[in-house]
Design a protein around this ligand. Structure first.
Ligand code: GLU
Length: 280
């Protein structure tokens, strides 16, 4: 069993991220499995190295230990490019010249995920047309999805089914500025790390059919998935890296690691009362 936590260091970790980290950790460890850390800084400009270092420091402070050095997505462009080339050779990928406004859903996995369905504008360009357009505009790369329903069972949310063509549409693997998309990076890296158990926030439940389809194309086994309901602030809003009240910067000033873990364990229903407890 190999589990992982894969934070995007575009801000300080907050309690919501830590709830996922804690449950991923406990799930793997309680089954005698390994736990790995991956820094999802594939969107390099938005994820400065100092924030990744801070995430690592916060996790150590809370008692997390991982069984291999962290994997940094920012160092893996060559690997993503090779996989993209392979998918392109096999006819699954086409260049897309649509403007940025239409491409808003690529890298950020948590934003507007399935609200935008690509209408297939560039799906049927001939190689000559594509070459002509490429003279004036760098294309993004899009994966052609089949009219096929992907099913899986989530450990928390149960049976899931999504028709990729109808509910999702052809999705981006690489943006026109060269940055690789989250869906591609996550699949390539989970495979490279041998991850067979994914525990993460439920905002990514809708990404899972796309990831499973990519795994199928690449001939890789799919991990099992458990999506954790999102932690909400008392006023009902979703915690965000933009709110600093519940991030580790503020929390570490007032609480020790065992108080923070104890609070999260209580939220998750693992402790009857809120009391300090170590992660182990
Ligand atoms: N990097 C993603 C996030 O911080 C998690 C990706 C994943 O666990 O697959 O929301």
């Amino acid at each position: 069993m190999i589990g992982r936590f894969a934070p995007t260091p575009s801000g300080r970790l907050h309690l919501g991220n830590l709830l996922c980290a804690m449950l991923a950790y406990l799930s793997a460890r309680s089954q005698g499995g390994q736990f790995l850390l991956r820094i999802e800084d594939v969107d390099i400009p938005r994820c400065p190295r100092v924030l990744a270092q801070q995430a690592i420091d916060d996790l150590r402070f809370l008692g997390f230990r991982w069984d291999a050095p962290p994997l940094y997505q920012s160092a893996r462009s060559g690997v993503y490019q090779d996989v993209l080339n392979r998918l392109r050779r096999e006819g699954h990928v086409y260049p897309c010249f649509c403007t940025r406004a239409q491409l808003h859903a690529t890298v950020a996995p948590n934003l507007g995920d399935t609200q935008f369905i690509y209408p297939g504008t560039c799906a049927h360009l001939t190689p000559e047309e594509a070459a002509e357009r490429a003279k004036t505009r760098a294309p993004a790369m899009r994966l052609r999805v089949p009219d096929e329903t992907i099913t899986f069972t989530d450990r928390v949310f149960g049976a899931q089914a999504e028709n990729l063509a109808r509910d999702c549409g052809d999705f981006l693997l690489q943006r026109s500025d060269g940055l690789f998309g989250y869906q591609l990076a996550v699949v390539v890296d989970d495979t490279a790390m041998g991850v067979n158990q994914v525990v993460r926030g439920s905002d990514l439940l809708s990404s899972t059919p796309r990831q499973r389809y990519l795994l199928e194309l690449l001939g890789c086994p799919a991990p099992e998935y458990g999506h954790v309901p999102l932690l909400l602030a008392p006023d009902g809003r979703r915690l965000s890296k933009r709110d600093h009240d519940l991030d580790l910067g503020a929390l570490r000033q007032n609480y020790g690691p065992e108080e923070i873990i104890g609070t999260l364990a209580h939220c998750a229903g693992l402790l009857e009362r809120r009391e300090p407890v170590s992660l182990e």
